[in-house]
Design a protein around this ligand. Structure first.
Ligand SMILES: [Zn+2]
Length: 272
């Protein structure tokens, strides 16, 4: 979404510059020859000021507004809205990720899709990831095979993590921005490696869609919105599942009705 914003900004920038140079020309033509240089200088100064202001505005938009706390909730860095919730979808892109992305897009709701490398091998799966990314969603690394990182050697863990970054970069042209360990089981090594790779590490604050009584879209939509675990900065874990896909519109509406703003992942701080 930031990409959209900055391209609007850039195109807005280009057209206003054009307008400026046109008016500059007109003014110069009108001016007497003695005043011409002065007018040009003023116009140039104005242009510089405008460019500076626009650059500053762009920087401010990229300034992170939220960070991930020790318990994986989303907390404001300065004066950003604290009544927010983050939507995340793990084990993607399997059979329902595209449908989930389309529902979210329809509702203008941002989210992170945490992907596994073993779901990114066929042309169709790669195309799905590309579509999800092109719709403006953030991509997270959820390891290649969804193994428990505690059961792996450092070398194996490295392979599980780095391989996905390479796959994602090859498909969408950029590396994942977030990392979530399968089962929430990080090691000191995996956490450090993910951060060294520029990813923000997070688990979640609650989720239900793997429990048998919530493998139903109505029951899931109800618990996701009405659980007592919903609070400021909630980090909602969901999966690429049929009942989850069907529940997404009601979850988005329910959270908003309760006054929660859905966090744009692009505003969350990355490791520097
Ligand atoms: Zn998972």
């Amino acid at each position: 979404m930031l990409i959209c914003l900055s391209s609007i900004l850039i195109s807005g920038c280009a057209s206003s510059e054009q307008t400026n140079s046109e008016s500059e020309q007109t003014e110069s033509t009108k001016s007497a020859s003695s005043g011409q240089e002065q007018t040009k200088e003023n116009a140039q100064e104005e242009n510089d000021d405008q460019q500076e202001a626009e650059e500053k505005q762009e920087e401010e938009q990229q300034e992170p507004q939220y960070k991930v706390s020790e318990v994986s909730s989303i907390v404001p860095i300065d004066d950003a809205n604290s009544q927010v919730a983050l939507l995340t979808f793990d084990d993607a892109p399997d059979k329902h990720a595209l449908e989930i992305a389309e529902s979210l897009k329809e509702a203008d709701a941002p989210a992170i899709f945490f992907v596994n490398g073993h779901f990114l091998t066929t042309d169709e799966e790669k195309e799905t990831l590309k579509k999800i990314h092109d719709m403006g969603f953030a991509i997270g690394n959820h390891t290649y095979s969804h193994a428990n990182l505690n059961d792996l050697t450092e070398e194996e863990a490295k392979e599980e993590i780095i391989k996905v970054n390479e796959q994602v970069e090859e498909i969408i042209g950029e590396k994942p921005e977030f990392f979530r360990a399968p089962f929430g089981e990080n090691t000191d090594y995996s956490r450090q490696l993910a951060e060294d790779e520029g990813m923000t590490v997070m688990n979640w604050t609650y989720g239900y869609d793997w429990e048998s009584q919530y493998q139903d879209s109505d029951a899931l939509a109800d618990i996701m919105v009405n659980t007592e675990l919903l609070g400021n900065g909630a980090n909602l874990l969901m999966h690429d599942r049929e009942w989850t896909a069907a529940a997404v519109p009601d979850i988005v509406t329910g959270l908003r009705d309760k006054g929660y703003e859905l966090v744009d992942p692009e505003t969350i701080k990355r490791p520097s």
